[in-house]
Design a protein. Sequence first.
Length: 306
Amino acid sequence: MSNPDNQVSRQAARERIRAEREREKKRARLRRQLVVAASVIGVLAVAGGVGFAVVKANQPTGWEAAKEAKLVTPAHTQGKNGTEILLGDRNAKETLEVFEDVRCPACAAFEQSAGKELLKDLGEGRFKVRYTMYTFIDGASGGEGSKKALSALGAALNVGPDAFLKYKSALYSAKYHPDEREDLYAKDSELLKVAADVPELKGNKAFEAAVRNGTYNRWAMEMTALFGRKGVRGTPTFMHGDKKLVLPEIPPQQMTQEQYNQLARANFRKMIDKEFGPARNGGQNGAQNGGGQGIAPGEKDPTSGS
């Protein structure tokens, strides 16, 4: 005959064993669930990381991103997206159009030799000047110096027309203008070094911040999109209305730099006088020192259109 106490003890032991097995099964199920959950989270994290990387890889950078940045147009501009830079005496009846690229060596040669003649006519109110700035040399030679310099010119124009004209002359000067193959103007430090020679820009914190922050990068891209305007694909080019002016070439021959400059000035004067007639001496209608007053806001630009 069995002992009731022993039976109770054995029954209690079996219950404890069964309960322990159930707890173990629950712990095992919980471990499996945690492993599966961790695996899913890991997969999602990897997938998310890959997705983020793909999104980042597909996001535009540099100048492509500038195309989508907020458009900030410099003061003293007009027209669609501020791409009309029209300077000079607003009462001048004629407009000379000038197409340039800051990295262009031919533009630098013109500016260094005959650039002051153009600014003299502009300052005397003989005509207004519309500047169309290209950046095609960046694509032709590689780099971003044309676009960076154009953005910096936008910052100078925001300061004032005189600052723009003086800074442009400094960028083209023999002192600073680099070889076409050297992308020196891609560096903010170089652009600011040149600006230190312009009284309106030297120590100008707002100008310096605009250069470093690329405030006018989007505007520079809008200007860049004008390439081919009026059929112009080379620089420097001069136009009066739809007429392309012809600057006489200087024949290759041995000469000093000053002799070359004298010929270049004479050739520019010949081209301008032929198109606009003899200059009126002593004109005082324009800004002094070759500066420009710009066109009043809302005033129609006679060169607007194509």
